[in-house]
Design a protein around this ligand. Structure first.
Ligand SMILES: C[C@H](O)[C@H](O)[C@H]1CNC2=NC(N)=NC(=O)C2=N1
Length: 97
């Protein structure tokens, strides 16, 4: 699916469906907390497989049981696109499963 830049209103609308997500430095941002390093790593692996299938990949930073995520789309100038929202939703789905 082609990446489409979202308008500010569309981003605000998307945030309403994404608990804990904010816009930080022009990217969708959330800090995920887990009970352990294996739990964090397992989530990253599952999300990573989905990201590869989508052809859309997160920026993320892991320290022990915390993963900080930034989502933006570099192909269209590092802005927030529909694919970032889709990936954020997938992250939530895996996190709550
Ligand atoms: C060719 C390849 O599909 C593109 O470079 C994809 C890969 N993953 C990507 N991930 C993100 N976050 N943004 C992109 O623009 C992007 N582009």
């Amino acid at each position: 699916m082609a990446a489409q830049k979202l308008s500010e209103a569309e981003v605000i609308q998307a945030l309403a469906t994404l608990p804990g997500w904010t816009v930080n430095d022009g990217k969708l941002y959330k800090e995920f907390k887990f009970n352990s390093f294996p739990a964090a790593l397992g989530w990253m692996v599952t999300v990573g497989v989905h990201a590869e299938t989508m052809g859309h990949h997160p920026e993320w930073f892991n320290v022990y049981s915390t993963v900080q995520v930034n989502l933006a789309t570099h192909d269209i100038g590092n802005v927030i696109s529909n694919l970032d929202v889709e990936l954020a939703k997938k992250m939530e789905e895996v996190y709550s499963s």
